[in-house]
Ligand binder design. Structure first.
Ligand code: F6R
Length: 628
């Protein structure tokens, strides 16, 4: 979604804003803009450009042409109004009295516009944000406020605007008559403050950590309905009643290099290769070894006691996109091992069907960003209904992590590529731990099985490394596949869950139409789409379902399909049926998703490269979907 950066301090702001925005490029956007205030000038200068950030950089000589030490910047992912320079942020009122950048959606913007038009305001864009900017202007210029100090006036106006607007927002705000001051506010859209020292001395605002990492690792997380006021020397945070509140300063553990490409051509390839490390970091600290060599899973960080786990009567696995696919896979694992019934829920649908939530449910919200609007809303609904919530989240301090009753962090590190890879793999790993732990405390597996499963988990990173060591064959095959128009992924049981993720990866970065089907469902309709040359990927990692998947592959082959088989070493019979085979190392079949997904990620990656597409920033997509 959109990105926000702001800086006030001793340095020129524009180059810092552009550099910060470039670190948010991965979130996807269609236009960008900055507003900078030179302390010696009367006005805020605003520059906006449609398209990539380089357009804005060219217009401003990489920021050097815009003077001033205080400014805000924005990359926009259009929701209301087409992508254009006019609709790009910042938006402002007459004479740039109030200048605003905004992430999120103002739901009642039409009502606000109508009300403001009646007061004589004129709108020049199609955006919802302009309604917030002009509303703020109307409160800021109210005659009754003229006797207040500039800060009181600004805080009061921002508070009134926050009360009046519905929707989600992170806002960066400049007031034309307050040089050297940035205000910020948030509701349901991420926002952090950065504290810069030394030659950068000053303060920053940003919608995501990578934008500030180069300048500081000291950040303050702004909570819902809080307002911040930043100057070069000071940072103040207020609640919605404009009372000042204390906020702890947190230290970011990622360093800036973690968000660089590290010699890889694309972030996606770098992140695919980081999976062994990321999975190891997610598993190892939670597996403890006793003196006698027996291992056990320690989830004490979640504050879920063994008694709590024994009392769980049902598990809800909730997420969007790939996080939902993690739930699809984990349902099989959790149910098989612990016999606790699981439901997998699309977060975007969850709250609209008035779900029946029993008291002893455990709702597990899976999210890389921790900011996905639908997942956050599902979490809140569960909490409202008294259901205990566990977040499986990658971004430390994100909204979902902070609002859930308990958190299990996935230690993937910053994921920049829009298509998730390492975060998905670490989510799987984290939930395997929950599944084995649940099964062990409930006695549905014995000690020997528990030890064997833990041993298999610890072996996963090395097996992923082996798959990565043999990727050239896939590159060759991907070049052949790049001309495909339609690709079907089929599998049964866990292999269906893997197919869903493989298909999503392919379509999002290669733009090839693709569907995943439970293999047995094909002949109930979809097989009519199979004709000469259509590519079908058959996933067959589950020994007891192997023959059934192969016979589904035979069905499509006899209709002309070209077949890619994905299975484990030892299942060589598949070669009699398919045109091309990829084998992954053997593991416990319950954990096969972690291995089988890797060739599918590589396949999508190589096809995207072969088609010359923007792998890390596929069209129309955004990394963190903070609007409904
Ligand atoms: C696909 C992808 C998305 C995300 C989804 C949820 O590659 O990245 O489908 O999985 O938008 O995002 P998070 O995990 O941040 O809640």
């Amino acid at each position: 979604m959109c990105g926000i950066v702001g800086y006030v301090g001793v340095r020129q702001a524009a180059p810092i804003l552009l550099e910060g925005l470039s670190k948010l490029e991965y979130r996807g956007y269609d236009s960008a803009g900055i507003a900078v205030r030179d302390e010696n000038s009367e006005h805020v200068e605003v520059v906006k450009a449609k398209g990539r950030l380089r357009n804005l950089m060219q217009m401003t000589d990489s920021g050097n042409a815009v003077r001033g030490c205080c400014g805000i910047g924005h990359t926009r992912w259009a929701t209301h109004g087409e992508p254009s320079a006019v609709n790009a942020h910042p938006h402002y009122s007459k004479e740039k009295r109030v200048v605003v950048v905004h992430n999120g959606i103002i739901e009642n913007y039409q009502d606000i516009k109508d009300m403001l038009r009646r007061k004589g305001y004129v709108f020049s864009t199609q955006t919802d944000t302009e309604a917030a900017a002009l509303l703020l202007d109307s409160y800021y210029t109210e005659p009754g406020r003229s006797s207040l100090s500039p800060r009181e006036r600004a805080l009061g106006a921002i508070r009134d605007m926050m009360i009046r607007v519905r929707g989600s927002y992170a806002l960066g705000i400049l007031f034309g008559d307050q040089p050297g001051v940035i205000y910020a506010a948030r509701k349901d859209s991420p926002l952090i403050l950065g504290c810069c020292e030394g030659e950068m001395e000053g303060h920053m605002i940003a919608s995501d950590v990578p934008a500030v990492l180069q300048y500081t690792r000291k950040v303050v997380y702004i909570d819902n309905l809080e307002i911040a006021c930043l100057t070069r020397e000071e940072m103040h945070v207020y609640n919605i009643d404009c009372e000042e509140i204390e906020k702890p300063v947190a230290e970011i553990r990622w360093d800036a290099a973690a968000a660089e490409k590290d010699g890889y051509e694309h972030f996606m390839m770098k992140e695919i290769h980081e999976q062994p490390r990321a999975v190891r970091d997610t598993l190892s600290p939670r597996i403890k070894e006793a003196e006698d060599g027996t291992r056990s899973i320690d989830l004490s960080e979640t504050s879920l006691t063994d008694d709590d786990l024994r009392a769980v009567s049902r598990i809800l696995l909730i997420g969007c996109g790939s996080a939902y696919h993690v739930g699809m896979a984990e349902r099989y694992v959790i149910e098989k091992l612990s016999r606790v019934p699981c439901e997998v829920e699309l977060a975007s649908e969850f709250r609209y069907r008035d779900p029946i939530l029993a008291q002893n449910c455990l709702a597990v919200i899976v999210s890389q960003s921790g900011e996905t609007a639908d997942s956050l809303a599902a979490l809140r609904l569960c909490k409202e209904r008294g259901v205990r919530t566990l977040a499986v989240v990658n971004v430390v301090g994100s909204s979902i992590a902070r609002e859930a009753d308990a958190v299990m962090y996935t230690w993937a590190g910053p994921e920049i590529s829009v298509a998730t890879t390492k975060a998905y793999s670490t989510q799987l790993a984290a939930l395997y731990l929950l599944a084995v732990k649940l099964a062990a405390v409930r006695g549905s597996i014995d000690a020997a099985r528990e030890q064997a499963l833990i041993g298999e988990l610890l072996a996963l990173p090395e097996k992923i490394e082996r798959i990565l060591g043999d990727k050239e064959r896939l590159q060759w095959f991907a070049n052949k596949m790049a001309a495909s128009k339609d690709v079907f992924f089929i599998g049964r049981g866990l292999d269906y869950a893997i197919s869903l993720e493989g298909s999503l990866k392919l379509k999002e970065i290669s733009y090839i139409h693709s569907e995943a089907y439970a293999a047995g469902e094909l002949k109930h309709g979809t097989i009519s789409l199979v004709e000469e040359g259509v590519m079908v990927v058959g996933v067959a990692t589950q020994p007891e379902l192997f023959e059934k998947v192969v016979s589904n592959l035979v069905e499509v082959r006899s209709r002309g399909a070209y077949l890619f088989g994905l299975t484990t070493y030892g299942q060589y019979a598949i070669e009699d049926t398919v045109n091309f085979t990829v084998y992954v190392p053997r593991t416990d079949p319950l954990f096969a998703t972690s291995l089988a997904v890797v060739p599918l990620q590589l396949l999508a990656y190589y096809i995207s490269c072969a088609k010359g597409l923007d792998v890390d920033k596929p069209r129309n997509l955004a990394k963190s979907v903070t609007v409904e």
